[in-house]
Design a protein around this ligand. Structure first.
Ligand SMILES: C[C@@](CO)(OP(=O)(O)O)[C@H](O)COP(=O)(O)OP(=O)(O)OC[C@H]1O[C@@H](n2ccc(N)nc2=O)[C@H](O)[C@@H]1O
Ligand SMILES: Nc1ncnc2c1ncn2[C@@H]1O[C@H](COP(=O)(O)OP(=O)(O)O)[C@@H](O)[C@H]1O
Length: 277
């Protein structure tokens, strides 16, 4: 049987400037997108009739709206001979967390179908399919640290590597809607461009690198500020909310011990720790 298994990893945003409102109602941003190891699993297999199933964290919305199926049908439109498939998703990445989990599922489904059925699409063509499914989605095609601009779907090299550093990500179980988060921020041109700020040593970022969503989300949910304080207390060199929230991450020079993870788990938060690549 023809089948493929995929690991659809999440991302964090290191710095996020919302610079302008666009004529199409979306916003121009500049943000460093960085892949992390917290991941969903996707299995695609050839069957008689296209279906979708999932296990793990609950996903709101109709099955037809799941981004895995949307990705499949966006290819099927241009490749009518695409075989029917069953897509099974193991949902691990928190939803509404600012980690782009749904966008990653969509991008990896596109990449998986391209590979399984030898569609011959290159990365630039896959990105074109991806950006129609969500602004974050195109990033997961290359899935490498990058500076994202415009809607978050135009990429330029950043020359930033945090390989070998440790990361702790905590999701305080608060679902933040991306559209709502954008509507709570007044776009502003940053005094210094993000790529310039990120060239300075990691230790300086605490004072300079900010996520423009953080102020309004933290004003509503005090947990965000508390999490940052905790992560700095546990030795983070830099801590921030990711994307439109509500997950908060800390980047550390050394790994944390189990008592740190237990500290967050006791609060009923989801937590993931790993090494950056
Ligand atoms: C904020 C970011 C930062 O990386 O990530 P998340 O927090 O969602 O992970 C992204 O810009 C989210 O991208 P994504 O989640 O794909 O958003 P989309 O589905 O395209 O859009 C959802 C809604 O967010 C708003 N939106 C999105 C992107 C953008 N550049 N400007 C916007 O104003 C629009 O109101 C849109 O209707
Ligand atoms: N496979 C999927 N995984 C997660 N969310 C999905 C998926 N398909 C559709 N969605 C919808 O996408 C929205 C959240 O997307 P997600 O990328 O996980 O969060 P965020 O925007 O915080 O990064 C939710 O409204 C959810 O119902």
């Amino acid at each position: 049987m023809q089948k493929i298994s995929l690991r659809a990893n999440a991302k964090i945003n290191i710095g996020l400037h919302i610079t302008a409102k666009r004529p199409d109602g979306y916003h121009d941003i500049e943000s460093c997108f960085y892949p992390v190891g917290w991941a969903d699993e996707i299995q695609i297999s050839v069957v008689e009739q296209t279906t979708f199933s999932y296990e793990g964290l609950p996903i709101q919305g109709a099955t037809a709206d799941n981004l895995c199926l949307k990705a499949y049908y966006s290819l099927k439109k241009d490749f009518p001979a695409l075989p029917d498939v069953h897509i099974h998703l193991v949902k691990n990445v928190p939803i509404g967390a600012g980690m782009g989990g749904g966008s990653s599922d969509a991008a990896f489904t596109l990449k998986g179908l391209n590979q399984l059925f030898n569609l011959g699409l290159n990365n630039s063509q896959l990105e074109d399919y991806a950006r129609k499914l969500g602004s974050d989605c195109a990033f997961f095609v290359e899935n490498k640290p990058t500076l994202a601009t415009e809607k978050g779907d135009v990429f330029s090299p950043l020359g930033l590597s945090l390989a070998g550093k440790y990361i702790v990500i905590v999701y305080p179980s608060l679902h933040v809607s991306t559209a709502e988060a954008y509507s709570g921020v007044k776009p502003t041109q940053p005094a210094t461009a993000l790529d310039v700020l990120l060239k300075a040593p990691l230790e300086t970022w605490r004072e300079t690198v900010q996520n423009d969503f953080e102020g309004s989300v933290a004003a509503k949910y005090s947990q965000i500020t508390d999490l940052k304080t905790d992560l700095y207390g546990f030795g983070a060199a830099y801590a921030s909310m990711t994307g439109s929230g509500s997950a908060v991450f800390g980047i550390l020079e050394k790994s944390v011990n189990d008592s740190v993870l237990a500290h967050f788990e006791q609060k009923q938060y989801s937590v993931w720790a790993g090494i950056l690549e």
